[in-house]
Each structure stands twice: as C-alpha cells, then as structure tokens.
Design a protein. Sequence first.
Length: 605
Amino acid sequence: MCGIIGIASNKPVSMNIINSLKKLEYRGYDSAGLATLDNDEISEKKCSGRVEELEKILFKSPSNGHLGIGHVRWATHGVPNILNAHPHSSEIVSVVHNGIIENSDELKKKLESKGLKFKSQTDTEVITLLITEALKDNKPLESVFNTLKQLKGSFALGIIFKNYKNIIIGARRGSPLAVGYSNIENYLGSDSYALKSMTNKISYLDDGDLCVLSKDKVEFYDVKKKKINKKVHILSDDKNTSDKGDYKNFMSKEIFEQSITAKNCINEYTDSLKKDINIYNFPIKPEKINKIILIGCGTAYHSCLVAKYWFEELTTIDVEIDIASEFRYRKLKFNSNNLYVFVSQSGETADTAAALDICKKNKVKTCSVVNSVESTIARSSDWVLPIHAGPEIGVASTKAFLGQMLVLYILCLKLAQIRKDISNSSYQTNIKNLKTLPEAIKKSLKVENSIQAMAKEFLDAKGSMFLGRGLSFPIALEGALKLKELSYLHAEGYPAGEMKHGPLALIEEGLPVIVLAPKDKYFEKTLSNMQEVIARGGKILFITDHKKELINENIRFGIRVPSLDNLLSPILLTIPVQLLAYHVALLKGCDIDKPRNLAKSVTVE
C-alpha cells in the first residue's frame, strides 16, 4: 500500500519526486522520503508524517541529483518514524519498496550472522543489504536477480546505486509497477496516476519483470533474465480534475460529484435513441451463464452485496458473493460457465488481484468493475466494465461506490433482457427510471443541513448501529464502515431482523441507531424492528423515501430522500450515510481525506 517513484533525468529531480509523492499519498502517508545521487553520493532525506514535511526539509537542504527514488509509506513492519521510513540505504545501494517480504525475519538472521547491522525494523532493509552483499561479486542487474530469488512475498522495487549513477532498476512481483517515457527523462512509479502529470506514455511490468532505466532508454527483462519488449500505452486525456476547487476537502467534493458520476456512467452505458444498454462482448454467452460470483473487499464488497439482491430479483442466474481475501484461500470448485466478477476502485487491490489470478490459472471467465482501465485487475481480466467516476482522492470511497453499484445494476439489467428473464416493457421502464437517478441524487444531497444537526448526536456516543433489510442492509454496512473510517467511532451494521438474535444487547439509553427504511416490501417489518430499539432507549435517526409523515416523539431525526423505483433505493440511501460520516468526522476534527491507519489503494495482503 506504499507508493514509489523513480526519475532518471538530465536535470535535478527532487521536486518532481515530491510532486509525484503528493499524488501517491492515497497509498500511504505515515512517512515519506527520497534518495538522489548527489555529488556521487547517495543523499537520503526522510521524515515521519506527510510529504509536505519532506518538502520543508528539501527547502532547507536541497538535493540536486539528476537521478533519484522516492516513497510514501503505509506502515507494515515497524512503527511509522524516520528510521523506518523509506528509502533504506547502505553506502552503495538505496531501495524503495511497496509490498511485504514474508521471509524477512529468516533473511535478517542470516545477514546478522555475517556481522551486518540493521538500522530499522522494516522488512525492506533486508533487500538493501542482500543487494549490497551481491554487488561484491556482480553488477547491478545480476545482483538484483540474485536477491529476488531469495525473497518470498510481494514487492515493487525502485533501486539506485552509488557506483552506477545513471540507472534505476525496478522490479515487480505481485505489487503493481509502471514505467513512463519522455524525451529527456524516464520514470518509474506505482501507477500511471503518479506519472500522468509528466507523461502519457506508459508501460506496465508483469509479475517477475525487471526494468533498467536511464534518462535515455528503458530495458525490460523477464524472470528468466531474457530481454523483452513492452507495449507502450497512451493514457487517455482525463478531463476530471484532482483539484479540490471550492470544497474544504476531496471527500466533500466527491460526495457532491455523485450526480455527475451517475450521469456520466449512465450516458456511457445507455443508448437514448435505441432505449437500450450498450454492453457487448460478453466473455460467456449470457444465456449460458450458470452462476455469477461477485468478489471484492471493503466498500467494493458492499456493492457486491447490493448487486446480489438485484441479480436475484431480475434474473434467473445463481449468485454468490465473496470477500477476496477469503476467496483466494478456499477450496473452490471452478466452472467454465460461471462468470467471476471482480470489483475494485483502484484496480490494484492486492487480495482482489490475487483472487483474479487464481481464476485465470483455472481458465474461467473473468470480468472487472474498476475505476481505472489501465490498472492491473483491468488488464488481467477477460472483460472490463469501467465505472467512469473520474479520480477519487479521498481514502474513504464515495463516488466510486456509487459507480460500482450503478455498473453492476446496469449489467444485471442487460443480462436479464438478453436472457428474457424480464419483459421488454420492464426493461424499458427500468432504463427510464435509471435516467431519473442523477437528478434524484442531486435532490438527496439537499439533506445536508439536517445531517449536520444529526451529527452532533454522535460526539458523546459510545458507538452506533445502522439497520436495514433487503437492499438496505448492505447500505447499513457501508454506513457503519464510513463512520468508522472517518470518525474512528465504533459502528456496526446489521440486518434489522437480526436485532433480536443478539445485537439488542448493545442498545442502551441514548445510543444512536440509524434505521434505513425505504418504502419496499420490508418497510412494515423494519418499523417493527425499530420499535424494539425504541423500547430499549435507542435514539432513532430515521432515513426513508416514504412520503407519509412518520416523524414522532420516538424518532429523534428524520431524513427523507426522493422516492424512485425500489431497486434504486440503495443508491439514494447511500447519500445521507456518507454525509453523516463526513459531518461527524468534521465535528471531531479528523483528517477527512486521509483517515489514520488507512490507504486508498490496498496493495498488500
């Protein structure tokens, strides 16, 4: 989950490294550092905390090297401090690393038995010392190959050498790594987003690949040390900006962009003239799909939970959902008529990518629902359905979650139509309802003032509970997750009907309980479950699309969102729970865009 950058140039690189690291902070922000070759020496500068602190250090003590590497860290091995910050350097080698070396303890003991000393608690430092030892008898490329043979785990590496001042070596196993090109310099980065401000020409390393960069050229090698060629991708010109504009932070901007996200996504996938959905080139004939398996992590997993209800309601296809980190370790029974759908905001989620890799090895058909078509998961899938959300900078996902749900719903509708699981008139009605969604989202955002008043109720609470049934249950889970992520308050999401099977024990006087109750077939049952909470002193925050006046003395706050087709209710209910988490965190003074201990792109297991 760390971010790495490398630049080989004919001019000083430190400020470009800093600017790239700022873009990579979504991968981690516990500490930051860079190393350049300056006056034939490795010049290393590091700090705990954010890249802006590293920038201050550079302002006082500039680095003038024309070749360098940089890193932002999400701590795994060792606490986040200067000693554990990357790069990790010996006198002749400096390394930045994204990933985890699983046998680092074993390797460390071997190196210490040779009299070598470690300065940090990290797993990365073993790579530095192994390469340093190998350089006694080999040149850089061979030294790196020899070192990689000894490593177990995942990594993306950027390496510079004191005595070879013109090259950076990059290596990939598991964790993503990209190379960028320009006329006067070349780049190494964790992803294309970090490189996009400097170039739109990108190549991607596959597992086992190495690359050697200089300012003039890039060479690639496969795991067998054979020189190979790589396809150069021209990145699309993204019209979306990663600037906050007039918003306080990226998350508020991204919440309020959701009507635009929905409109863009719907326009991409629907044909207004034909009144049809433009999804083609299925990897399996839709009529032959036996089962759909939806796989994701965190918020993406919640979108899969919502989609399960849709597929069950609209199609005759069997549906399973799985958490990616569990899927990859289960004894699975693969079927060539199953479609395995992988959902990931970044397209780089390590557990999801590993689960996809298992499917590829078993030769089953795969589909990815991602926000980046240049990502590892997208490039590894048989079929890609982009969510068209534009850049999402805030660590806690908002508009990408909405985009994931939308694409899965649109896919569900198209499959139902092709398989004749729904009538053509129902298909047309659902598309028509879909077109009204962006405006309904815009209206839903107007509940913000009421949400601000609700947020104060959480400041002294021990915790909170989110309840829903049917399509609302996954939104209860997502609401609880958002509150935990942003405000660090304990929150749980439950199916409302499960309260009597244990969670009621948590209800006490004044506990905030958010009840999600759209006017669907569960509505009356949800009200009954709400009464169980009221009877035990819970403070009800009621969110509904019901037009009937339901607010009474037993309901502390009521929020009403627009009423649409029941199938679309989870999308609209998402808006108030996002705003609630945002405003609670704002009142608590939390870092909205960069919550503690988290990172945007989860590239380690």
